[in-house]
Design a protein around this ligand. Sequence first.
Ligand code: NOJ
Ligand code: CA
Length: 708
Amino acid sequence: MKYSKLAAVLAVASGMCVVPQDAYGAEITSPSGTVKLKADVVDSVPVYSIEYKNKKVVLPSKLGFELADGPDMMDGFRLIDTSVSSFDEVWQPVWGENSHIRNNYNELLMRLDQPEHYRKMNIRFRVYDDGVGFRYEFPQEGVLNYFIIKEEHTQFAMNGDHTAWWIAGDYDTQEYDYTECRLSEIRGKMSEAICSNASQTLFSPTGVQTALQMKTDDGLYINIHEAALVDYSCMHLNLDDKNMVFESWLTPDAQGNKGHMQSPSHTPWRSVMICDNACDVLASNLILNLNEPCAYDDTSWIKPVKYVGVWWEMIAGPKEWSYTSDLPSVKLGKHDYASVKPHGKHSANTANVKKYIDFAAEHGFDQVLVEGWNVGWEDWFGHSKDYVFDFQTPYPDFDLEGLNAYAQSKGVRLMMHHETSASVRNYERHMDKAYKLMNKYGYNSVKSGYVGNMIPRGEHHYGQWLVNHYLYAVTEAAKHKIMVNAHEAVRPTGLCRTYPNLIGNESARGTEYEAFAGNKPFHTTVLPFTRLQGGPMDYTPGIFDMDMKEVNPDGNGHVNSTIARQLALYVTMYSPLQMAADVPEVYNRHLDAFQFIKDVAVDWDESRYLEAEPGRYIVAARKAKGGDDWYVGCTANENGHQSTISLDFLDKDKKYEAVIYADAPDAHYASNPHAYKIEKKKVTSKSRLKMKAAPGGGYAISIKPIDK
Ligand code: NOJ
Ligand code: CA
């Protein structure tokens, strides 16, 4: 083991806690000393460990790579030197949970070489008060130039058989319900955890996806994820369940390789968040802070969006994206609809879209999503076809120009929909024209989608090639001042900080599954700890008819939530893009409850998490951007939740009116989901509210100053 004297001198000079020790090459603590990281080269292998408030969180864990085209980078390393620095800034996101975010860390850079192979590799650690981020860097020195990663072997050795909230490892989908169990029980629960649309690529009976939330028996919350996933494959975690050691498992490409690298380059950040209060996990900015600042000079065109859409009636109901039951012939690459008979169930027809535009205008929504507007839906899914959509040609009954003009005359925009059917080369071929078409008609946001097996065949949704595509779609969209909300794309890793026109993602099991198979009642008490750590989710809440009878008289789907909880999700599921997903007819029957969706903000100056426990409940309070209104939301699992919340976050000098949208005393997500009560109360910062969420229920509160 070597330690550079220079680094030691620098460390002491800068007053930082970097101590050369016999056991460790370097030790560095977070700004206020809660998190301690040790890193070294032991027996020629790079290792690290993490402590939180003197408790061991990550036991000594190895770092390295297996290469497909040369000697591995698993051992044979020497520590050349270490250097330390610290960073402290406050930055302002274009949109977000808070108007200002502090990014404060101490950094340790470990420079290594592999003398036998004349290679160099650095490992950069950033140590925050709520966790650690680290990444591998490959400088353009030595002989490491172009290389292929067979596997990354980053270990995260846990110090116990923690409770985990996890979904199965899968290279193509995250649309799973979560399972809560001990790490040692994952293997036994894997087969029941696999969802019906899982891809056939389950790689291990103990493989899970990130962000993985865990809790230790002594009350620490540990979250493993990654940040700034760029030009690299998405990481899964494979558990050695005898020793409780996770190891990275990257998504392969069609040849089975996991990363094509060229120096100088680096991996995404691997992150380990540690908190002793679940609210702090939800409030953490670790993932955003590990990302680069905004890449755009002008962001004035990026605006949060509240929208309705021609959607739920197809997802839940008998309506269709397609225009006809026949397969229209394709002549010279163009679908011929002239000779086909419409089946009469096409939702995206001019009259129906006008109805949604009128509804949006009447109730103050920004946009109307229209799916099924473009030709090709007759044969879009399941046949692995390269060419389905051109993203430009409307169905004969969709008046592209007239509807956009009509929407704009009412102060509303249409939202574009690009379902790629996972035929990604086809999408890239048409992308520029498709974005230009949007510019021509005044669309400024697109919901894209990647349903089905990936084309090129053999590639996976979470592989490096697709990771590059998703970012290409976002940066190309930026050239056209277009915001992107991609469904089925790779899980977010905080890239919305750098590219804030990435205004949403799905990448998890959303409300659509309530119509297909139902979501577990605790689902929305888990997602903010896991999927939302990387960025906002287009969860599409706001379903008011849990039996969906209005939408589909023949349907038997049931949404596992009360109405009050559907309202709360606009607060607990942070997103600058929020849909009111149910149909106008249903909202018109509940205009009193709908008022909360109309009022609630989509961008915030301040967010507070009042109470939280993964899988149990979340209570969040947020202050609307540029205003004095606060909104509170609570989502609870199947046992409900009862507590007294303090409104001490309110301005001490103001009086407010609170409108409380709560579950009725006998409400229940399964047997009585539609029972709610609305109550008005005068409140101040001294008020305390005794609140009760029903099983699978919740509550929502809007709090506005009186006499503004
Ligand atoms: C799956 C998406 O999640 C859903 O929102 C969309 O309606 C369908 N794909 C069709 O694109
Ligand atoms: Ca989906």
